[in-house]
Design a protein around this ligand. Structure first.
Ligand code: ZN
Length: 133
């Protein structure tokens, strides 16, 4: 990955953090796998409540309209505790095929780089927090 792109993505994530002042307590809560977390839709979308081995808690999809289209986010958590976020991005592409192809390519790369930077920053924060204790 290009170093300039990676540094820009990390700077972008740092800028996002300015508006996100909430900090985690570091506490880990244990609950029965059949008890839904607060964010779970706790309806037909949640299969963890039924105790299925492949069951997962699922949030209601959150749709964020943007100038370029929509982003839909859904949080999930397996009964083993693995958490994920599913993101569906729908963006309007240019009518000219050459431009649309370039937009699609750059958008996909950009989302990937920002996701990697966000995940790396969170891991660094978690490690730094463990070292301070
Ligand atoms: Zn649930």
């Amino acid at each position: 990955m290009n170093t300039n792109i990676w540094n820009a993505a990390r700077a972008f994530v740092a800028a996002l953090r300015v508006n996100d002042r909430e900090s985690a307590t570091g506490r880990v809560w244990f609950r029965s796998t059949r008890v839904c977390p607060d964010w779970c839709a706790a309806d037909h979308r949640c299969t963890a409540r039924h105790g299925y081995p492949s069951g997962e808690h699922r949030s209601r999809p959150l749709t964020c309209p943007t100038p370029y289209g929509n982003v839909v986010a859904t949080r999930t958590q397996t009964i083993n505790g693995a958490s994920h976020i599913e993101l569906r991005l729908s963006a309007h592409l240019d009518r000219q095929e050459a431009i649309a192809a370039k937009q699609a390519h750059l958008l996909t790369q950009g989302v990937d780089v920002v996701a990697r930077a966000v995940m790396a920053a969170e891991l660094q924060r978690a490690v730094a927090g463990q070292v301070r204790r």
